[in-house]
Design a protein around this ligand. Structure first.
Ligand code: GMT
Length: 381
């Protein structure tokens, strides 16, 4: 098939999933055209099966805000015509499903471009539910030829908020070859002494991630377990988290590593992941950590209830219960044998349920169903 993929290229889990999906589809012989405002983060190399088309936006004094969605629709339609896309798969409903709808409408008469929208989380639970975007989000989902959600939780949330329930759940996936533990003593030594444990947090430091809870949790366990906290990522709550680390006199043990392109390097030296989010439709960071044998302590919320086996691959704790999370973390970190057992089980669960070779065929099957329903014959590639 010849597949167009649109996503936010630099920010958040939806872009990572879209990039990894494109790479896997190309590996399996499909041709993939990424259409985005920049090369998606995890796409480091293009090939004769993987192309990138940049959405260019002309600046004009009248435009207080550049009309990204219109420029995107234009590029999607151009790429569809020029490269004979069989379908367009967009990630994150707003505004990508709307741009895709416009692109589909713009094509020459008789040419139909099926649109598939994948819902990732905040596009429904935060942005989509807001009155300012509610109607257009509903419209974009309704007009898509096929809709997928990354968890049952998100499917239910979409069904309840928009009354649209014809949604296929296709969970996020992991390539166990790329995501595995590769010991790196040098990197480990850069952050911690031989007897210290390493705790990591990865996010975009938005309020929804409750980044500051990580520092509170660390403050409660640091006196009991010789350890370091590495905060990976960046975003609005970083300054407050840094301040909190200083307030607890832990600035020398809490490292703010910023955005990191090679996240498996950090998971490979980690003994625990903290993800105390207010909400996660799936919780890709937890899955990536688990694949690298890192046990997790996460909030009991959303899709994390499916991803994490409580007591087996880590612990689920109530949102905001920093004491409970600290206890769970101590429980894991105090006993090496137990921590390693949880880590091994975490990788097993990650690969049993979410291995790429199980999930990518689900996308391919869904593509075929949608093309058939739309009466479009797919190209042979
Ligand atoms: O919240 C983020 O980190 C970004 C956001 C996105 O769409 O870019 O992430 C969502 O999609 C990820 C990939 O499917 C999921 O793993 C995250 O759980 C989800 N975030 C939320 O629901 C808050």
């Amino acid at each position: 098939m010849i597949i167009g993929i649109t996503c936010y290229p630099t920010y958040g889990g939806s872009g990572i999933v879209a990039s990894e999906l494109g790479k896997e589809l190309a590996q399996r012989g499909h041709t993939v055209h990424f259409i985005a405002s920049a090369l998606p983060t995890r796409v480091t190399q293009l090939s004769d099966r993987m192309f990138f088309h940049e959405v260019e936006m002309m600046e004009y004094p009248l435009f207080e805000h550049l009309p990204y969605d219109l420029a995107l629709a234009t590029k999607q339609a151009e790429v569809a015509e020029e490269f004979g896309l069989d379908l367009l798969h967009v990630h994150y409903a707003i505004p990508h499903s709307i741009s895709a709808f416009l692109a589909r409408e713009m094509l020459r008469p008789g040419r139909y471009l099926p649109v598939i929208t994948t819902l990732h989380g905040t596009d429904i639970t935060l942005v989509g539910r807001d009155r300012s975007y509610l109607k257009i989000t509903r419209f974009g989902i309704d007009q898509s030829d096929g809709v997928t959600a990354v968890s049952n939780y998100l499917r239910t949330a979409t069904c309840e908020s928009f009354g649209l329930c014809d949604i296929r759940v296709i969970p996020n996936f992991i390539n166990g070859e790329d995501y595995r533990r590769r010991p790196n003593p040098e990197l480990r030594a850069r952050y911690a002494g031989p007897d210290e444990r390493i705790i990591v947090h990865v996010s975009n430091f938005r309020p929804l991630k409750r980044t500051k809870d990580c520092v509170e949790i660390f403050a409660r366990l640091a006196s009991r377990i010789p350890s370091r906290l590495i905060m990976i990522g960046d975003g609005p709550d970083r300054a407050q988290a840094e301040w909190l680390a200083r307030k607890h006199h832990l600035a020398d043990r809490v490292h703010f590593a910023g955005k990191q392109p090679h996240i498996t390097d950090f998971f490979s030296i980690a003994d625990l992941l903290l993800l105390p989010s207010e909400m996660e439709a799936f919780g890709l960071a937890a899955l990536e950590a688990m694949a690298c044998e890192v046990p997790v302590v996460v909030s009991r919320t959303g899709g994390l209830l499916d991803v994490v086996e409580d007591g087996q691959t880590g612990f689920l704790v109530d949102i905001g219960d920093v004491d409970g999370m600290a206890e769970a973390a101590v429980d894991i970190l105090a006993d090496d044998t137990r921590r390693q057992r949880l880590g091994k089980r975490a990788r097993e669960v990650a690969l049993d349920r979410y291995a790429h070779d199980k999930i990518i065929p689900a996308y391919e099957g869904f593509y075929r169903e949608i093309l058939e329903k739309a009466g479009v014959a797919a190209s042979k590639t």
